[in-house]
Design a protein around this ligand. Structure first.
Ligand code: PBG
Length: 308
């Protein structure tokens, strides 16, 4: 029989949560098997990933409470946790790609991705801060900037600011098709934004009923110079992956998000399904749909599996 697609280590991108401190790991209770790591341990994890052939990491900071604020100024502090993690990993493991998320939720006291006026998100004012955050992260060592905030017009604005500073080679991975999802719950716990979040993100993230709207967002971001497109969540939105792949000539990535990971892990712990089998099958489904890469909390385990 003919196997039409394959799953390889180079398809896997590993998200890591970082915390302040030294030589400490904290279990994320809603994500069995996932720990938040201090920067030194994140460096060790990066070495392990590189040795297994994982091409890139996506970093997310759990910003200490006293560094969070209404307007998320910590996001452009050159000495913030994220920047310290980026530069430590870049120094120690220069050959692994570093993806830096762009959005304010790990830095704001209200847990939203942008600036607020009451309950209203301020699109254009937010973009100014996202530009500062992007430049800050690129200067610290990020190779790929991944705006996940869903503000309108941010891709073009960030591209221009990066180019003006000589960062023409920085890749923009746009979370263009990002749906307002219940599957982000464990992530918000991991970065510490969940308990702070007031309301929901439905005014800026996509409505799960909508396909054409997602495709319009993708088209817009490509026109604004996005290099790659991200679909998120992953498995419930594989139709979007396939459709973007056939409509646009752009690499498509998907994020198997925290809730998708938790679903498999807790079901396996309860004896309801085989963890290894479900992991492998879920990751194959992304490749079959047309993904060029998959952000997955299974990256390390799957890479070990593939390395035999
Ligand atoms: C926020 C962001 C989220 C995720 C990545 N970046 C959550 C959200 O939009 O609330 C979710 C990833 C996951 O669930 O694993 N900018």
């Amino acid at each position: 029989m003919v196997q039409e697609t394959s799953l390889e280590v180079r398809d896997l991108i590993w998200p890591l949560f970082v915390i302040d401190g030294q030589n400490e790991r904290q279990a994320v209770k809603t994500m069995p098997g996932v720990d938040r790591l201090t920067v030194d341990l994140a460096v060790d994890a990066a070495k392990q990933a590189r040795d297994l052939g994982i091409p890139a990491l996506a970093l997310f900071p759990n910003t200490p409470s006293d560094r969070r604020s209404e307007n998320g100024e910590e996001s452009f502090n050159p000495d913030n946790l994220m920047c310290r993690a980026l530069s430590a990993i870049k120094d120690a493991v220069p050959d692994i790609g570093l993806i830096a998320d762009v959005a304010l939720d790990p830095y704001t006291t209200h847990g939203h991705d942008g600036l607020l006026d009451g309950e209203r998100i301020l699109n254009d004012e937010t973009i100014d801060v996202l530009i500062k955050q992007s430049l800050n992260q690129v200067r610290a060592g990020a190779d790929i900037i991944a705006p996940s905030d869903m503000m309108d017009g941010r891709i073009g604005a960030i591209r221009e600011a990066l180019d003006n500073e000589g960062h023409e080679n920085t890749i923009l991975l746009s979370y263009a098709a990002k749906y307002a999802s219940a599957f982000y719950g464990p992530f918000r716990d991991a970065v510490g934004s969940g308990s702070r979040l007031k309301g929901d993100k439905k005014t800026y993230q996509l409505e799960p009923f909508n396909r054409e709207e997602g495709l319009r967002e993708v088209e817009q971001d490509i026109l604004e110079a996005a290099d790659w497109i991200m679909v998120k969540p992953g498995m419930p939105y594989l139709d979007m992956v396939r459709e973007i792949k056939s409509r646009f000539e752009v690499p498509v990535f998907a994020y198997q998000v925290s809730g998708e990971y938790a679903q498999i892990m807790f079901a396996a712990q309860a004896g309801a399904l085989d963890q290894r089998g479900a992991m492998i099958e879920s990751l194959i489904s992304f490749k079959r749909a047309g993904c060029s890469g998959i952000l997955t909390y299974f990256a390390l385990e799957m890479a070990k599996e593939l390395n035999g």
